[in-house]
Design a protein around this ligand. Structure first.
Ligand SMILES: Cc1ncc(COP(=O)(O)O)c(C=O)c1O
Length: 464
């Protein structure tokens, strides 16, 4: 799921870009080609309006490559929205899924017992930060992980409020939606104001809400929680938890300044308020560490995950302090959480990530990607900012470096020019593009992607 404000066109591109052929990318028809156009038409007729970004209809995929229904081979810098960190259809993951599917697919792990669930839970509790006993609840998606964590916090603390960050994304079901604020379209008309969701401005040094400069700001964006909000609208004794992403994803790939998390955690601890770390997008190796919170040096009380843990199968998990567990049965559960095929995919995913050193590759290729994007920033004044950790990187497009007015149209145009040339991209924030290829990507593939991006920016600027 992406957050485009732009509905993709299914018009054929001009002939000048339709025959582009570069290294691994292969363009044999305009995108969308004739078969893809039929699918886009049927989808528009039959499926609920959601968040489409580009008229690309995939037929198969391997590694970083997507082959579309018309035979075009496209370079994937989206990982299916941060999901296939091990690359598309990694053979080890596919094998594990096939073997499990032939043996036992479902019997309901919440009501009965599966060995594989305990194995995965054991591995997850060891990988998440915190030298204390933990337990796990398996879910089917990121939003369900957020729901489970928010419920667990409320059940434990018996306090009505939960604090989040303005611009954050935690999901679209009613509970998580009360904490999601990355775009007005996500909240408008849903009356998502019940549930005790409260928000404070996000730490964003590129667009500091207080117009201060780091580090002379002395982390006012964290201290304000205590100095203003706890003194006025949010009595801390009424707050059960705070939920935050370690790197704000849909909101624009915003990395909080050094020290923000530590200051926030200190304030929360003073009032016995839980900290929920939403790693749905930033977690699982994406930033070069298992969990992005490790960059910030704090230990959360709960970690929510989903997306990448199953390499494409729907699975999520909440990993939490054991002391927070429910004391009686029936308070929370589900039917499909920790489905056996999905668990097999997740266990194989962990093996692949360890064996192929994907955290290290994320760091190495992420550095290279950032270097190349910074070079483009020197070439194009509309690139206002290059930011991110590991292979979770974005560029923010602005009309001018001085006033930083978001250049939404240019961002949309670049994404369109890029898929026509065989590079798949997603937006984030208001005017940013995120670069999140599978963690198996090679340096040459990074270079190929950035070269296409370069040509796409040039074309988009020319188009005005
Ligand atoms: C940080 C974060 N939390 C939660 C979610 C919701 O995940 P899902 O779409 O699987 O419900 C997302 C999805 O993009 C996310 O990025």
């Amino acid at each position: 799921m992406s957050q485009s404000t732009h509905r993709p066109t299914s018009e054929p591109p001009p002939a000048s870009v339709s025959a582009t052929a570069r290294r691994g990318v292969k363009i044999v028809t305009p995108i969308p080609g004739p078969k893809a156009r039929q699918i886009v038409e049927a989808d528009t007729r039959l499926l609920m309006t959601s968040t489409k970004t580009s008229p690309v209809a995939a037929e198969s995929a391997s590694g970083v490559w997507i082959t579309d229904v018309d035979g075009n081979r496209l370079l994937d810098f989206t990982s299916g929205v941060g999901v296939v960190n091990t690359g598309h259809c990694h053979p080890d993951v596919v094998r594990a899924i096939q073997e499990q599917a032939a043996k036992l697919m479902h019997f309901a792990g919440t009501d009965f017992y599966y060995r594989n669930q305990t194995e995965l839970a054991d591995r997850l509790t060891k990988l998440t930060p915190g030298d204390f006993d933990k337990k796990v609840f398996f879910t089917n998606s990121g939003t369900e992980s957020a729901e489970a964590a928010l419920k667990l916090a409320r059940w434990n603390k018996q306090r009505p409020l939960t604090i989040g960050l303005l611009g954050a994304f935690h999901g679209r079901s009613m509970g998580s939606l009360t904490m999601t604020t990355s775009k007005p379209a996500q909240r408008a008309r849903f009356l998502a104001y019940a549930g005790g969701g409260q928000h404070i401005p996000a730490p964003n040094c590129f667009r500091c809400p207080y117009k201060l400069e780091y580090p002379s700001c002395d982390l006012y964006c964290a201290k304000i929680l205590k100095e203003l909000y706890f003194e006025t609208s949010m009595p801390p004794t009424d707050v059960a938890a705070m939920i935050a992403e370690p790197v704000m994803g849909e909101g624009g790939y915003i990395v909080p300044p050094k020290g923000w998390h530590q200051e926030i955690k200190r304030i929360l601890d003073e009032h016995d308020i839980l900290f929920i770390d939403d790693e749905v997008q930033a977690g699982f190796g994406r930033t070069g560490k298992w969990f992005a919170i490790e960059h910030h040096g704090i230990v959360p009380d709960m970690v929510t995950t989903a997306k990448a843990i199953g390499s494409g199968l729907p699975i999520g998990a909440v990993i939490f302090r054991k002391s927070l567990d429910y004391t009686y049965q029936g308070a929370h559960s589900n039917t499909f959480g920790g489905n056996l095929v999905a668990v097999a995919g997740a266990l194989a995913t962990l093996d692949v990530m360890e064996r192929e050193h994907l955290l290290e590759n994320s760091r190495v290729q992420g550095e290279h990607l950032k270097k190349r994007l910074t070079e483009l920033q020197g070439k194009y004044e509309e690139i206002g900012d290059v930011r991110g950790l590991g292979l979770m990187v974005a560029t923010e497009f602005v009309k001018g470096r001085a006033d930083k007015t978001p250049h939404v149209k240019l961002k949309d145009r670049i994404i369109e020019e890029a898929y026509r040339r065989g590079l798949l991209l997603l937006p984030c924030g208001k005017s940013s593009i995120r670069y999140i290829p599978p963690l198996i990507i090679t340096r040459d593939q990074v270079d190929e992607g950035v070269d296409i991006l370069d040509a796409s920016i040039a074309a988009a600027r020319q188009a005005g």
